[in-house]
Structures are given as C-alpha cells and as structure tokens.
Design a protein around this ligand. Structure first.
Ligand SMILES: NC(=O)c1ccc[n+]([C@@H]2O[C@H](COP(=O)([O-])OP(=O)(O)OC[C@H]3O[C@@H](n4cnc5c(N)ncnc54)[C@H](OP(=O)(O)O)[C@@H]3O)[C@@H](O)[C@H]2O)c1
Length: 268
C-alpha cells in the first residue's frame, strides 16, 4: 500500500530552522508528510519549506514563534488544536547551556526552562488532548542522554531534559490504551548548531562520541517505527536501559509509606 500526505497528515516540527529539527523536516518530507515548520527565523524556515515542497511534492508551511514566550507557545498550541491535519508533533526546539551554573546568567537559564520545559510541556499536552479527540496522532519529544546522567553535564540543562523524559513516560501511561503514540528521543552529542550558539564547539569532543545529525534522526525514526517509548540512538544493548526500569519498579513499593524507615528514627 502506498501512503500519501493526506494519510500521513501534517508533521509540526519545532526548532525546524536548523539541526535536528531541520533534519526531521527533511526525513519526514521524504516519507511524504506535509510539514508545519516552527522556529524564530522565518527566512530560514521559508527557504526549507520551499526546498522540501519542491523536492518531495509535499505541502510545507511556516509558523514563526519564539517559544521562550508563553504567548507564542500558546499560538502554536492553538494551531495544534485547530488544524485537524496535524497528526505528528516533533517537540524539538531547545537551547543548550552557556557556562557552568556557578557562573551562569540566571536570566538565560530562565529562557532555557521556558523553551526546553514550559513550551515542550504545553505543546505535548495540547497535542495529547487534540490527537486523542481526533482518534490518531504521534508525539515525539526530544530529550537528551543527559536526562539519565545529570552528573555528566550542566545541571539546569540536564534537568530540563529529565523533565522531558519524565513527561513522556508519565503521559505514556495515560495514552497507553488510546490511539496516540508517544516517544522520547535521547540523543548524545549530535553535530548541529547547538554549541555554536553558545560559543562552544564540537571540536573539543572525541569524534567517536559525536553522531551525524542525519544518522541521529534516521535512528530516532526507526525507533518510532519499532514502537519504542524511549529511543537512545547510540545504545546497542537496549537491555541496559530496560534494567533501570526494572530497578525503579523494584523501588516503587518502598517510596511512599506511612512510617519513616528505621534508620531515620530519632535516637532514644
Ligand atoms: N545537538 C546535540 O548534541 C543534542 C544532544 C541532545 C539533545 N539535543 C536537543 O535536540 C534539540 C535540537 O537541538 P539541535 O542540536 O538541533 O540545536 P540547533 O542546531 O541549535 O537548533 C535548535 C533549533 O531550535 C530553535 N530554537 C531555539 N530557540 C528557540 C526559541 N526560543 N523559539 C523557537 N525555536 C527556537 C532554533 O531555531 P531559531 O533560532 O530559528 O528559533 C533551531 O531551529 C534540542 O532540544 C536539544 O536540547 C541536542
């Protein structure tokens, strides 16, 4: 059976002007999705929309929004609600850290939380509600490998990504018997503009630890096709991640009880 854009629906990709988001746009267009491209840089988005509609015969539109601003995020959420063709959300826009927290500009960290957490939350929940009402849809949330190793990187950035992972896992419980799919993607270092934007460079990192963005997105889409809830593109042995789930399940009955553990009882 062949698919066409009307059966696949429109993919709304945030942060589509560069990096992972632009690469999702390309690979989804190649699959036949129509596109709604979201970011701040309207000229870059329009150039990509024109290129991809010409190359793949799809319809590509642009919606400029600064997802650090709640009113712009609300505008994108409203579009998810009102546009019945939207069937895939790639919740990707995000910004990285500029410096260690002890030297950080806290206003910048607030912007990071607005883009990486508040906007991702609003768009994911809006999509979960709209897609459930429509009877179909898929949500892809771009987290990071540092969601599970926060000690290894900037604390605020890692915490934003742990939020995205937890949001996805929690929402998956509510969505599990319904028509909506959800996936979290946990990239490791991926060659994009993310470091350039904060005055850093991938040159300082062992190239064996840095994935090309086309490979990253192709692997993430393969994980989606395979029905994964959590996709870690570089992880060869998925059992290593599953073990965390088993350990957490073992802890669960001990985490909320009437009495404190005996080691916390005050000495007589
Ligand atoms: N690259 C990595 O090593 C890596 C690893 C793990 C996770 N990630 C995650 O992957 C996602 C994509 O990052 P990337 O590496 O592709 O970075 P990138 O090349 O810097 O692209 C970031 C995208 O987000 C958009 N964006 C940034 N701030 C925005 C805002 N306030 N409002 C709307 N859009 C905004 C940018 O567009 P405009 O500037 O046009 O707004 C751009 O399209 C992020 O969530 C990032 O945390 C990246």
């Amino acid at each position: 059976m062949t698919t066409n854009s009307s059966t696949l629906g429109t993919a709304l990709v945030t942060g589509a002007s560069a990096g992972i988001g632009a690469t999702y746009a390309r690979q989804l267009a190649a699959r036949g999705h129509d596109l709604l491209l979201v970011a701040r840089d309207g000229a870059r988005l329009q150039a990509l929309a024109t290129e991809l509609s010409g190359a793949f015969g799809i319809t590509a539109s642009v919606l400029t929004a600064d997802l650090a601003h709640a009113e712009d995020t609300a505008k994108v959420a409203a579009r998810i609600n009102s546009d019945q063709t939207i069937a895939l959300l790639v919740n990707n826009a995000g910004i990285g850290p500029k410096e260690p927290l002890l030297k950080a500009d806290i206003d910048y960290l607030d912007r990071m939380v607005a883009v990486n957490v508040a906007a991702v939350n609003r768009l994911a929940v809006a999509a979960a509600q709209a897609f459930t009402a429509r009877g179909k849809g898929t949500i892809v949330n771009i987290a990071s490998a540092v969601a599970i190793v926060p000690e290894a990187f900037n604390g605020t950035y890692s915490a934003t990504k742990a939020f995205v992972l937890a949001l996805t896992q929690g929402l998956a419980t509510e969505l599990k018997d319904g028509p909506v799919r959800i996936q979290a993607v946990l990239p490791g270092f991926t060659r994009t503009e993310i470091f350039d934007r904060v005055g850093a460079s991938f040159d300082a990192i062992d190239p064996e630890r840095v994935m090309d963005v086309e490979d990253l997105v192709a692997a993430a889409l393969a994980g989606l096709d395979q029905g994964e809830l959590v996709t870690i593109p570089s992880l060869a042995d998925p059992e290593l991640f599953s073990r965390i789930g088993s350990l957490r399940a073992g802890l669960s009955p001990h985490l909320s009880l009437r009495h404190p553990a005996s080691r916390y009882k005050a000495a007589a």
